[in-house]
Ligand binder design. Sequence first.
Ligand code: SF4
Ligand code: FE
Length: 488
Amino acid sequence: MPMMTPEQYEASLRKMNFKVYLQGELVKNTVDHPIIRPSMNSVKATYALAQDPQYADLMTATSHLTGKKINRFTHLHQSTEDLVKKVKMQRLLGQVTASCFQRCVGMDAINALDSTTFEMDKALGTDYHKRFEKFLLAMQENDWTVDGAMTDVKGDRGLPPSKQVDPDMFLHIVERRPNGIVVTGAKAHQTGCINSHRILVMPTISMGPDDKDYAVSFVVPADAEGICYIYGRQSCDTRKMEGTEIDVGNHQYGGHEALMVFDKVFVPYEDVFMCGEVEFSGMLVERFAGYHRQSYGGCKVGVGDVLIGAAALAADYNGAAKASHVKDKLIEMTHLNETLYACGISCSCEGSKTASGTYLIDLLLANVCKQNVTRMPYEIARLAEDIAGGLMVTMPSEKDLRSPAVGKIVEKYLQGVSSIPTEHRMRVLRLIENITLGTAAVGYRTESMHGAGSPQAQRIMIARQGNLGAKKELAKAIAGIPSAPKKK
Ligand code: SF4
Ligand code: FE
């Protein structure tokens, strides 16, 4: 079964035995829980669109392992064209779901692990790549959603993993058995974990010689013995429990994050892809982060498209569409959004082949892409709120609109342009609220800042990749300053 239907995907989740706590209670049925279900719908869309012939070129790819047609989310990029298609696929899914569709973290993790395990084996004589390929084949054949798990909780940020007062602040090996390892720790704000079949764990930072137990990468079933999840709250999340549609803003789709806790989880060696090779932890982190920073040049742009459309509709419904400043704000939003897309596309076009054959994005441009994402969606959101007007956060609820007592009053006084039903105006304003301040703001707003690494992480990479030395030589050549002779 190289490709699951959306129905098969949902059914496969029902067979999982997740241990999830939400607001202090164990969730019996994660798939149908009103707070969780919209996030499942977003991942489900990655299966649904892959079945649709009109999206086949973006949503599917040919496996380099088997030659079979597979979902692009399980694919290793074989060319710069593949890298570009990845970004276009993410923009499409952002447009369809207006939220985080979660499945990219696993795609980015497999691409980073493929080249890293290959190069690690070559340098150290280990046999991780073979194990990794076995897992990848199973992922493609079963069309699994795999969640890449990188971010440790990190404790005292001033201390390396091995110097933390509590050793569990970074996920680590607590026991080595003849047939596998036992790990303990936690991964923070873990996107999409409860909608995933497998969790692919990676170290979170470059490690030193004392951190051997922390330089660990492996795959486990998402419902493995010893794993539990504590579901992350989102702004306005309990509106999903009210049984109404309009107030949620986007009642169909969403994203989720959770604190994922590993309590003495056993992992057989065949599923371990790094086990103490501290010198390769940096490469894995850098490549995964690079791919995920590229991803934001697609997904955030797709959600941005919805937000721009919503702002334009709000202007229409308010009767303000002809005002020149409103038109100009929509132009500015489009300019900013397309700038992000240009970054996502450019780091893909400038990608190159790694030793394993998998293509890697241009790391400098991918970091520039994400650095822009830490800023531009905020300005796009500001302009959307400006155009929408204050009503997006002060209007009465859907229950008031439906109320026999005050419904007619709400309808009368919230009317904008007379040809537009008040309900439509309320719907679009709530959608803007959802993306800028509500549940989807996790994915569009704060995640734009911190997802795939906080701004400073990109600045470190930009400093490293920017090649200031070469730029100085350019300046010297033009200014007539001789280059210092190279030291022998
Ligand atoms: Fe994919 Fe974007 Fe969500 Fe990351 S934030 S998982 S790139 S949709
Ligand atoms: Fe993310």
